[in-house]
Design a protein around this ligand. Structure first.
Ligand code: SAM
Length: 241
C-alpha cells in the first residue's frame, strides 16, 4: 500500500475560491507540500493555512531561484534537479502510506509547478488532480470583463515571449491573456501600443488577494510590476441573438 498524491488547485488568492473537494482532500491529507520562494511566505499556503491542523506535516518546496525569464540551460538543469529532489521526498512519504496534498495556486494543470511533480510521480503512485479557479478567469471576473464570446478564440501567453512572437500572437488573437509580467511589462506595453491594442488592454495585479490592485494600463509604472500581474485583452462585444 502507498499513499495517494493529490494536486490541489487552491485558486488565485481569495480563500473562498477553494472548491469543496479541495478542502475535503486537504483536510484529510497527512502531508501538505507547497511552493515557496526563498524567505517569502507561500501564497498557496496562505490561502488554506487556517484549514490545516498541527498534526499535518508541512513540506515547503523552496525554489532555487525565481522564474520570470526563459531559463538558460544551466538553470533548467538546476530546476530539473530540484523537482527530482522534491519528487523523491514526496515519494518517501507516499511509500510510508501517507497521502500528500501538493498545493498549487490557481489550477494545477494550468502553468502549475505541480505538473513537474505529476510527470515524475503519477506513473508510480495513485494520483488525483483537483482543478482550481485559474488566474485568467479570476482576473476577468474582478475586472468585470467578459473574455470570449461565441466563436472568438482566447490566446494565453507569457510576457517572457520575444517581441516578434508577442506581436505575431497578439495580431492573430480575438482575446488574449498575457501572464508572467514583472520585468517583461515594458516589452509587452511596447508591442500592444505598436499594434494599436493599448486602449483595449486591462491591467490587474494580485487579483482576489488582499493586495489586489487594478490600474489603467497607461498609468502602470513599469518598474513596479510584480510577477503576479496580468494584462487582459477581452474579446470585442458580440451582439446576442
Ligand atoms: C506560473 S503561473 C501560475 C498560474 C496558475 N497555476 C493559475 O492557474 O492561474 C503564474 C502567473 O499567473 C498569473 N497569476 C497567478 N495568480 C494571479 C493573481 N492572483 N493575479 C494576477 N495574476 C496572477 C501571473 O501572470 C503569474 O505570472
Amino acid at each position: 500500500m502507498t499513499g495517494k498524491l493529490y494536486g490541489i488547485g487552491v485558486g488565485p488568492g481569495d480563500p473562498e475560491l477553494l472548491t469543496l473537494k479541495a478542502l475535503r482532500l486537504l483536510k484529510q491529507s497527512h502531508v501538505v507540500a507547497y511552493p515557496a520562494a526563498k524567505k517569502r511566505k507561500s501564497n498557496a499556503l496562505t490561502i488554506v493555512e487556517h484549514h490545516l491542523t498541527d498534526a499535518q506535516v508541512r513540506l515547503p518546496m523552496i525554489y532555487p531561484f525565481t522564474i520570470e525569464k526563459p531559463l538558460p540551460d544551466l538553470y533548467e538543469t538546476a530546476l530539473s534537479d530540484f523537482y527530482d529532489g522534491m519528487a523523491a521526498e514526496i515519494g518517501g512519504h507516499l511509500d510510508q502510506d501517507r497521502d500528500v496534498a501538493v498545493l498549487c495556486e490557481g489550477d494545477p494543470f494550468f502553468f502549475g509547478s505541480f505538473m513537474y511533480l505529476f510527470d515524475r510521480l503519477s506513473p508510480h503512485y495513485p494520483t488525483e488532480v483537483v482543478p482550481g479557479v485559474n488566474s485568467v478567469v479570476a482576473c476577468a471576473a474582478v475586472l468585470g470583463a467578459p473574455l470570449v464570446y461565441r466563436y472568438q478564440t482566447l490566446t494565453v501567453m507569457g510576457g517572457v515571449l520575444g517581441e516578434d512572437e508577442l506581436r505575431r500572437r497578439l495580431q492573430a488573437a480575438d482575446a488574449a491573456a498575457i501572464m508572467k509580467l514583472g520585468s517583461n511589462f515594458a516589452k509587452v506595453k511596447r508591442v500592444l501600443t505598436e499594434l494599436g491594442l493599448a486602449d483595449r488592454a486591462l491591467y490587474i495585479e494580485r487579483a482576489t488577494m488582499a493586495e489586489q490592485k487594478v490600474l489603467p494600463f497607461a498609468e502602470v509604472d513599469e518598474t513596479k510590476v510584480p510577477y503576479f500581474a496580468m494584462v487582459l485583452l477581452p474579446g470585442k462585444k458580440w451582439a446576442s441573438g
